[in-house]
Each structure stands twice: as C-alpha cells, then as structure tokens.
Design a protein around this ligand. Structure first.
Ligand code: PMV
Length: 320
C-alpha cells in the first residue's frame, strides 16, 4: 500500500530573523506543494527517488541512517526517518518518492514542506495518531539535526496551513484571516542559503549589542501587524512592511537586487514591500490593492525580477 501526502510552501510576511530569537512572526502557506509517496519495502533500507532534487536513486540501510555521507538534498528525509525509527522502531525499510510544484531555489521552503509531508506519510503508513504539535516536534528535531538553526515557522506553515501568527518553537500558532488584498512575489534570481545568513546575523548580534534592540523592534512591529490585519487596515500594514524592511537593512540582509525590486513595487503604488525570508536573495513581497496587482507585477518584471504567481492561505499538510 502506497501513501501520498502533500504539504505547502510558505512566505514570510513579517518578523524574519527576530523569530529566531523568540519574537513572533507572521507566515502564510502558499499553494505550491511538495508531494511525498511512501511504501513499505521488504529490505532493511531507505530507498529514495527525488528527481526534482536531482536525485534518481539513493539508498541507505536503517543501521546507517545519519552516518557516512548524507547529501544535502536528502538530509531532511534521512534525519526525519532516523528520528521516527528511534520513537517507532521498524526492522523493514521504505521506498520514498518526492515531487515538487516549485523549484527549491525560490525560498518557498521546499525542505520544510518535504519534511512535513514525509512525516505525515509515515504516520499514515504506520497508523500512528499524532497531534499537529507532536508532528511539529518530530519535524523540528530533524531540521535542527540538519541545519542546527531555525525557528520552525516554515514547518508550522506546512503543518497548519493558512496564515499564522507564530511564536517559536510552535509556542503560539494562531490562524489569522488575511483575505482582501494582493500579495505580489518577486524572485531576484539569486538563491540564498538561509542557515548561512542566520549564522551571520547571529554573529552580528554577538558583536553588536544594539542588534538585540532591532530584534525587539521587529517583534513589536509584528504584534502591531497582526492587529492591523484583524482591522483590515492594509494601508497602515503596508507602512509596517516598509518599516520591517528598514530594520532588515540594519541587519544587513537586504541586497541591491532586493532593493531594486522593492523600489519598483513602490513606484507602482504598492502599500509596502520587503524582502521575505532570510534575505541575501530569494524573494521580495509587496502588498497592494488587487486592482494594482498587475501594474506592480509589470514594474517588477521591468527590472528583471521574476513574478511568482502564488496564492496565499493554502491548506496545510494533507493526505492526497
Ligand atoms: O529563508 P527562509 O524563507 O527559509 O526564511 C528564514 C527566516 C528566518 O527567520 C531568517 C530563519 C528562521 O528559521 O526563522
């Protein structure tokens, strides 16, 4: 019997970096999904096919999970499986196949989505009942095993879906309703490595005490953003996006390319715009009235940004 699950990617709306230090963030799940199919096999190994990750055939015996060379593209699956087997020992292995709606370059969170979809598929395959929080804890452990840092916001988006006010690590996961305005996403064409940038900011924070103040300001601003979303005050929310971007500039994580795309969005009547995620490349987002969406997309393209057509508020992990 094969089980297929899927989980959505995500976009950070407010609060990146500060969320690593305990402050809240606002994240939305996007309708770009990662699909995982699992099936028991008769051997004592994990078999993995992930053509979207450039991996045609990979295998590792259960005894060797996490040991020897673990290629980056399979690390999340391998570590999750190892953690799973520690809690729920099995002597027979599985075959795992993954497929993605989106490239891992965009920063939409393909590794968190694949981790969550895989964890859910294992639960269904072995008929184990876990709450969302228990699923989160298992996935978060695997992510920390692989990259050592991270707030888990992307896992929460993949599990719960929708738009979330999130305090790490899943201390608060509150759904908020954000319908009514357009979010435009522009990709810089540059792939950034989140873990490297998070470590860089961590280093800056150790050397410059005032960085703590910046984190707190981002946290406070995110609280206000949540309130403005409830009130549907999009114009003021846009201003907060700009303020959030200014604070991210202080953390030195914005780039010329990101600024160029953000400026183009402003010139086309966006209420606000900022980078989304760790920075250093990946995507920017702009917020606007739906009637201005097209003009903003054209403006982003005119400076050679790639507009990503995504819908926000996507459903969380599910069995297909
Ligand atoms: O680069 P992304 O989209 O994975 O976002 C990273 C967000 C950070 O706050 C910088 C890190 C984290 O784990 O919260």
């Amino acid at each position: 019997m094969a089980i297929t699950t899927s989980a959505p990617g995500k976009l950070m709306l407010f609060g990146e970096h500060a969320v690593v230090y305990g402050y809240p963030c606002i994240v939305t799940a996007v309708d770009q999904r990662v699909y995982v199919t699992v099936e028991k096999n008769g051997s004592d190994a994990l078999y993995l096919e992930a053509p979207d990750l450039g991996l045609m055939a990979y295998s590792k015996t259960i005894a060797d999970l996490g040991n020897k060379d673990v290629p980056k593209s399979v690390a999340f699956i391998e570590m999750l499986y190892k953690r799973f087997l520690e809690q729920y020992p099995q002597d027979r292995g599985i075959i795992v196949k993954t497929k993605s709606d989106f490239s891992s370059s965009f920063g939409f969170g393909s590794s968190s989505a694949v981790t969550v979809a895989f964890a859910k598929a294992l639960m269904v395959l072995y008929e184990i009942d876990l709450t969302n929080k228990q699923l989160f804890d298992m996935c978060y452990q695997a992510v920390l095993d692989v990259q050592g840092v991270g707030s888990g916001f992307d896992l929460a988006a993949a599990i719960w879906g929708g738009t979330l006010f999130y305090e790490p690590p899943a201390k608060t996961v509150e759904t908020i309703d954000i319908d009514g305005m357009a979010i435009i996403v522009g990709y810089t064409g540059i792939k950034a490595d989140t873990a490297t940038i998070v470590r860089m900011v961590g280093e800056m924070r150790r050397q410059q005490p005032m960085v703590d103040g910046t984190m707190k300001e981002i946290g406070d601003l995110t609280q206000t953003a949540r309130q403005l979303i409830v009130e549907r005050n999009w114009e003021h929310l846009g201003t907060l996006m700009d303020n959030n971007q200014a604070l991210l500039q202080q953390l030195d994580v914005s780039t010329d390319r990101l600024e160029e795309l953000i400026q183009a969005a402003h010139q086309a009547q966006a209420f606000g715009a900022k980078l989304s995620g760790a920075g250093g490349g990946d995507c920017m987002i702009a917020m606007a009235l739906k009637q201005n969406q097209q003009a903003i997309e054209t403006a982003i393209e005119s400076v050679h940004g790639e507009v990503m057509h995504v819908s926000i508020n996507a459903e969380g992990v599910r069995v297909e």
